[in-house]
Design a binder for this molecule. Structure first.
Ligand SMILES: [Fe+2]
Length: 171
């Protein structure tokens, strides 16, 4: 068994090393995302916006949970979680002074690039991993849906985020 097949959950098919690299990186980026949104929430005293930022952080954590079993199956070890959270929090500094609409508009327009990245990860993956990865991709689709609803002043803008928290990682 060589590096490419070690720990493969689908029984030893060749695994693209780039797939494993990105799987680990994107998991870590979701944990950083939680730190990012939690830091923005802490800096935002508006009750409605604060609650939405907390929810976005929860969605990031839930997205990470969608692939944590894959990391285990491949023996991938994420970097220290406290470090990832604080790295994400540091990334929030440059967004803390954005107005709410400007911030949400940035989400709606810049986050589609993450969908492209996640769909690329799906393409690199073995078939057996794809359902979990589609659940990872889904969080970005629903986060953008939230942002668009928020811009449209939809009173139920958080519905896509709340629905995601009900998606089971074992579905
Ligand atoms: Fe995310």
């Amino acid at each position: 068994m060589d590096e490419r097949t070690r720990g493969s959950p689908d029984g030893g098919a060749r695994i693209d090393p780039e797939y494993l690299r990105l799987l680990l990186l994107y998991y870590e980026e979701e944990i950083m995302g939680q730190g990012y949104f939690d830091a923005l929430a802490s800096a935002n005293a508006d009750p409605d916006q604060h609650a939405k930022l907390v929810l976005l952080g929860q969605v990031e954590r839930h997205a990470a949970n969608m692939v944590v079993a894959l990391l285990g199956a491949y023996g991938l070890r994420p970097r220290d979680e406290a470090g990832l959270l604080s790295q994400g929090a540091a990334g929030a500094d440059r967004h803390k002074n954005l107005g709410w609409v400007e911030f949400i508009h940035d989400m709606a327009t810049s986050y589609p690039r993450f969908i492209i990245e996640f769909e690329n990860l799906e393409r690199l993956a073995p078939d057996a991993d794809r359902p979990a990865l589609k659940r990872l991709t889904l969080h970005e689709v629903l986060t953008i849906d939230f942002a668009e609803r928020e811009l449209a002043r939809d009173p139920d803008s958080t519905q896509p985020l709340l629905s995601y928290l009900h998606v089971s990682p074992d579905a």
